[in-house]
Design a protein around this ligand. Structure first.
Ligand code: SF4
Length: 360
């Protein structure tokens, strides 16, 4: 008989499933508690169940886990985790410690089909969509790894690189790793609900970043918890965006911004616009002025991200004075604009650098 993966059963279907196995329904809540809060990786670790019950259950079910293949620590304390999925595909997650938060950047797909020209993940193409439990498992696996290493004297996250120690558990999640989350819509929505309900992380601490799958942007608030939305914009004309982000040919800039205007933002919340600065491509004074016009009427903030070049990249990072000039033009028009220096560049963990390279 094929064993069923407990994590692959939707949480609301776990009680009927336990009844089907001839067990009382409350075993479902206990299993959920042990998997999501106590990080049990196998039925034998659910010690709230008697030994006899664990042995019987293990004949019918199992708990899947990501396999940690590699863990790298950057000079700035950022950590990159390379995971193997059950079918051998690989994905990466990036942990970014700060004094008051511990943010995990997670993947929603193995690879990505959108092919943004400034992104290494896009060069890999799409291998497959992640299942909801594989998305959530990145958080469980990293939390478990943190717990295991928190006593280690050289654990940089727990020790906060000599500054204020970062929290010992993940506090914030960003969907900015490998893949376009809105291209794996149903599984991502399901994962968001699991993160909010089972891991008890507030939607305000979750951010989903999209390259602009316009119809899904408007569907998201109807189906998912009200998470923060970030738009990877990166250009101020259709022509430039068509070139650097081919997705723009299907969902043009004008349509995308019109959807942003209609997005039902809760009071005091803003949309984030990510803008990767590419030397001579989208970093001119005219671009900055056009950007101001495009964002008019949208409660927004802009994250300016100087390119993280990779081997074979056709683009370059702008000079620092040009980055500052671009920011100043936005600030002068009262647009909240921040320069985001990417973390973990030395271990290829920065924005657009993930590729889950292991066997290639
Ligand atoms: S930037 Fe995001 S959407 Fe574009 S190719 Fe990379 S992973 Fe895909």
């Amino acid at each position: 008989m094929t064993k069923k993966n407990l994590k692959a059963v939707a949480p609301e279907e776990l009680e009927p499933f336990m009844l089907e196995l001839g067990l009382p329904g409350f075993r479902a809540d206990q299993a959920i508690h042990w998997i999501y809060e106590k990080h049990a990786q196998s039925v034998s670790e659910i010690t709230e169940f008697s030994k006899d019950l664990r042995e019987k259950l293990a004949q019918r079910v199992y708990i899947s886990n990501l396999t940690l293949l590699k863990r790298q620590v950057s000079e700035d304390g950022t950590e990159k985790f390379l995971f193997e999925l059950e079918d051998g595909e690989t994905i990466e997650s990036v942990l970014i410690p700060d004094s008051d938060r511990l943010t995990l950047c997670i993947s929603s797909q193995a690879g990505c089909m959108l092919g943004c020209r400034f992104c290494l993940t896009g060069k890999k193409g799409l291998r497959r969509n992640l299942r909801s439990h594989e998305i959530v498992d990145q958080i469980l696996s990293v939390n478990r790894a943190l717990h295991a290493s928190s006593d280690s004297p050289d654990c940089r996250v727990a020790k906060g690189m000599g500054q204020n120690p970062a929290p010992s558990k993940i506090t914030n999640i960003v969907f900015m790793g490998m893949g376009e989350p809105l291209s794996n819509f149903d599984k991502v929505v399901d994962a968001l609900w699991r993160i909010v309900k089972l891991l008890r992380i507030s939607p305000r601490r979750l951010t989903l970043s999209t390259a602009g799958i316009t119809p899904r942007i408007l569907e998201l608030p109807q189906k998912a918890p009200m998470v923060n939305l970030a738009i990877s914009l990166n250009a101020t004309t259709e022509e430039v965006r068509d070139y650097i982000m081919p997705v723009n040919k299907n969902y043009p800039l004008t349509t995308l911004l019109s959807a942003c205007r209609r997005f039902p933002l809760p009071p005091r919340r803003r949309l984030t616009f990510e803008y990767v600065l590419l030397k001579g491509v989208n970093d001119t004074t005219e671009d900055a002025k056009r950007l101001i016009g495009l964002l008019r009427g949208i409660p927004s903030k802009v994250n300016l991200i100087p390119l993280n070049p990779f081997e074979g990249s056709e683009f370059q990072r702008p000079e620092d004075q040009n980055i500052l000039k671009f920011q100043t033009i936005l600030l002068n028009e009262h647009i909240a604009a921040f320069i985001r220096q990417s973390r973990g560049r030395d271990i290829l963990a920065a924005c657009g650098q993930l590729q889950a390279r292991y066997r290639v």
